[in-house]
Write a protein that binds this ligand. Sequence first.
Ligand SMILES: [Zn+2]
Length: 218
Amino acid sequence: MLALLLPVALAAPDEASGVVTRVIDGDTFEVQGFGTVRLADIDCPELGTADGSKAHAYATSWLQSNLVYLDVDDRTGQDKYGRWVCVAYLAKPDGSINLSRNFNRMLVDVGQACLWDFSNNEFDPASWWGGQIPGSACVKVNSGSTTTSAALFTTPYSSGSGSSSAGGKFVGSVKSNKYHYPSCEWGQKISPSNEIWFSSSADARAHGYVPCKVCCPP
Ligand SMILES: [Zn+2]
């Protein structure tokens, strides 16, 4: 009986909880005693842009120093940067979980994030709205472009040739001409939608990219 109940328990929206100690950007934050959380299936504009600053301010206003409950992705757990992929719920004033305050959904509802359904995790973002993504939601499609039509909702992350992290050795941004070791702090700041992966430094240079001066790849 216990064995049957366990998977259900693991999939609960309150698998983990803790106080947010730092909001890194709109969709990434640190939770005391837990680690870094990357909100699942959404994408906020990059920091350093006006929209990125707005998303960061919005997330900070709701999360900083507050208790959150986390539904942790049971399929992949952590992404390639070691961040826990989660759906986050805010707490009620009494400290219990507030299931009507799904923060991933809140970011999309207020236009601070686009939906981006990574098919490699357990979550189905449509379920955040009871099964139907609202037509007003910004939805990111495979090319990294966005649309507000739910009809165009597709799952990205099927690894396209040349742009997948699978087997990639160095990472760059489609918005710059630098390439990095994946461990580089600047490489890690690249939004997943802007990442371009190279199998070798020769591959990167062939695409017109130059080595980052911080991590100094070959
Ligand atoms: Zn670098």
